[in-house]
Design a protein around this ligand. Structure first.
Ligand SMILES: Nc1nc2c(ncn2[C@@H]2O[C@H](COP(=O)(O)OP(=O)(O)OP(=O)(O)O)[C@@H](O)[C@H]2O)c(=O)[nH]1
Ligand SMILES: [Zn+2]
Length: 204
C-alpha cells in the first residue's frame, strides 16, 4: 500500500511507484468515453495501458526515500560552496495533472564535520520530489529541507525555474512565462554567500 491507493503487488515494477495500473486504465477509459471518444478504436485501444505505465513513471517519487538517495556520502574535506546547476526536471502540477518543467539549481556548503554527497545524488534528489503530484514552491522547499536533514550542511540553496503547461496550453495561455522559486537555509541566508550563489546560478 502506498499513498496513492491500493497497490496490487504483482503489478509493482522495480523503480516505479507501483501505482494501481488496473484502476488507472479503467479511469483513462472512462475519460476517453467522457470526451466523446471511442476507447476501442484502433489507436486508442492501447492508450489506457500506456497512460497507466506513464503514470507509474510520473509518480515513482512517491515511494522513494530521500534518505536512500543521500545515503552515499564521502569523507571529502570541502568547506566551500558546491553547486550543481541546470538540472532539468519534469514534474506534474497537482492542480491540473499536466506537466511543469524546467531546471533546478542546488547548492550547499558542507559542514566541516559533515560529509559530501555524490553530485549525481543532487539530481536524483530532484527526481524523488519532482516525480509526484506537486506545486513548485513545495518542490523547492522539500529539496532544501532534505539537504539540511540528511547532509547537515552549513547552508543550502535551491532555485527552480519552470514553465507550467497549465499556464501555457490552457487557462491563461501564456507560453514562455517562467516561475522562479527559491529556498535558502543556514549560512546561505547571509547576504554575501547568498549573492555569490545567486550570481553563480544566474551567470555561471
Ligand atoms: N502557487 C502555485 N500555483 C500553481 C502551481 N501550479 C499551478 N498553479 C496555479 O494553481 C491555480 C489554480 O487556480 P484555480 O482558480 O483553482 O483553477 P483554474 O480555474 O484552473 O485556474 P486558471 O489556471 O487561472 O484557469 C492557478 O492559478 C495555477 O496557475 C504551482 O506550482 N504553484
Ligand atoms: Zn496546473
Amino acid at each position: 500500500m502506498n499513498r496513492i491507493g491500493t497497490v496490487n503487488e504483482t503489478q509493482r515494477q522495480p523503480g516505479t511507484a507501483g501505482v494501481d495500473r488496473t484502476r488507472i486504465q479503467a479511469a483513462v477509459r472512462e475519460i476517453l468515453e467522457a470526451i466523446g471518444e471511442d476507447p476501442d478504436r484502433e489507436g486508442l485501444e492501447d492508450t489506457p495501458r500506456r497512460v497507466a505505465k506513464a503514470y507509474d513513471e510520473f509518480f515513482s517519487g512517491l515511494v522513494q526515500d530521500p534518505a536512500d538517495v543521500l545515503g552515499t556520502t564521502f569523507d571529502i574535506s570541502h568547506e566551500e560552496l558546491v553547486l550543481v546547476k541546470d538540472i532539468p526536471f519534469y514534474s506534474t502540477c497537482e492542480h491540473h495533472l499536466v506537466p511543469f518543467h524546467g531546471a533546478a539549481h542546488i547548492g550547499y556548503i558542507p559542514n566541516p564535520e559533515g560529509r559530501v554527497t555524490g553530485l549525481s545524488k543532487l539530481a536524483r534528489l530532484v527526481e524523488v520530489y519532482a516525480r509526484r503530484p506537486q506545486v513548485q514552491e513545495r518542490l523547492t522547499t522539500q529539496i532544501v529541507e532534505a539537504l539540511m536533514t540528511h547532509l547537515t550542511p552549513r547552508g543550502a540553496i535551491v532555485v527552480i525555474e519552470a514553465e507550467h503547461m497549465c499556464m501555457s496550453m490552457r487557462g491563461v495561455r501564456k507560453p514562455g512565462a517562467k516561475t522562479v522559486t527559491s529556498a535558502v537555509r543556514g549560512q546561505l541566508r547571509e547576504a554575501s554567500t547568498r549573492s555569490e550563489a545567486m550570481s553563480l546560478i544566474l551567470h555561471g
